[in-house]
Design a protein around this ligand. Structure first.
Ligand code: HXC
Length: 259
């Protein structure tokens, strides 16, 4: 896959694909072209049977420093409405395969929101998370007020959104925003390892489990529990469920086929 603003590599580990945001000079500011490329890449990898998990990263200095302020600066409200960029973000959120974010340096504004579109987050000890939109006269628009609040709670989310303050990777881990912090030299490797670990499981079970966890996040608990139960029962129609449970009983490693 050839793109202008991102790089896509398959088989960085068995069944794992890597997407790298690639506008280093602009600290990976998320312009509209980049977001459309991301949507296309996620859609293509979602359809690709040789991919079971996806890692999304930037570079050591920046995951992404936000939406491209230069591109937005001159726009009016109706321009923004017509551009309708959030349909692109919604499409990315609908990716069925698990996405692990590998974050180093700045994850700010839309960059932090993009991180929160991922399912798990491994951060380097240099990572900084923030919603600094308040400092440029706006507010988070790609889900920051909702997802950050659910992840870290009202008090910290309110402080971050209203003051634009950044939090460190350690603070983000303590607040429950990310999975864990590792030394800068290891963040990408750790994220790929986590993706590769998930990729050894049944892809159907992983897909439905992801969908179910998101349901808990996105809806009221009771509705989420019914949804989870339905998906749980449905997995009993797969060969992978038989293989997985039989392998456990027989004390051998399961061979999942995605059937
Ligand atoms: C466009 C950006 C950018 C951005 C950095 N750059 N962030 N360009 N949009 N969000 C560019 C700078 O203009 C500069 O280009 C180059 O990247 C390097 O950045 P510097 O500022 O020189 O680096 P540094 O001094 O290290 O400061 C890093 C920084 C700062 C603290 C991250 O760049 C910063 O505050 N950026 C903006 C962060 C922000 O407000 N994000 C929220 C955006 S709004 P030149 O050409 O000058 O070298 C948003 C809304 C999302 O995300 C809503 C829906 C999508």
């Amino acid at each position: 896959m050839e793109f202008e603003f991102i790089l896509v590599e398959k088989e960085v580990a068995p069944y794992v694909a890597l997407i790298r945001l690639n506008r280093p000079k602009e600290l990976n500011a998320l312009n509209l072209g980049l977001m459309l490329e991301l949507k296309a890449a996620f859609a293509a990898l979602d359809e690709d049977d040789t991919v079971r998990a996806i890692v999304l990263t930037g570079n050591d200095r920046a995951f992404a420093a936000g939406a491209d302020i230069k591109q937005m600066a001159g726009k009016g409200a109706i321009d923004m409405l017509k551009i309708d960029q959030f349909s692109t973000w919604d499409a990315i959120r609908k990716t069925k395969k698990p996405i692990v974010a590998a974050v180093s340096g700045f994850a700010l504004g839309g960059g932090c929101e993009l991180v929160m579109h991922c399912d798990m987050i491994i951060a380097s000890d240099t990572a900084k998370f923030g919603q600094p939109e308040i400092n440029i006269g706006v507010m988070p628009g790609a889900g920051g007020t909702q997802r950050l609040t659910k992840a870290v709670g009202k008090a910290l989310a309110m402080e971050m959104v209203l003051t634009g303050k950044f939090i460190s990777a350690e603070e983000a881990a303590a607040a429950g925003l990310i999975n864990r912090v590792v030394p800068e030299a290891l963040y990408l490797e750790e994220a790929i390892k986590l993706a590769a670990d998930i990729a050894t499981r049944s892809p159907i079970a992983v897909q439905l489990a992801k969908e179910s966890v998101l349901k808990a996040f996105d809806s009221h608990l009771q509705e989420g529990l019914y949804f989870e139960r339905k998906n749980f029962y449905m997995l009993f129609a797969t060969e992978d469920q038989k293989e997985g449970m039989n392998a456990f009983v027989e004390k051998r490693k399961a061979e999942f086929k995605g059937k």
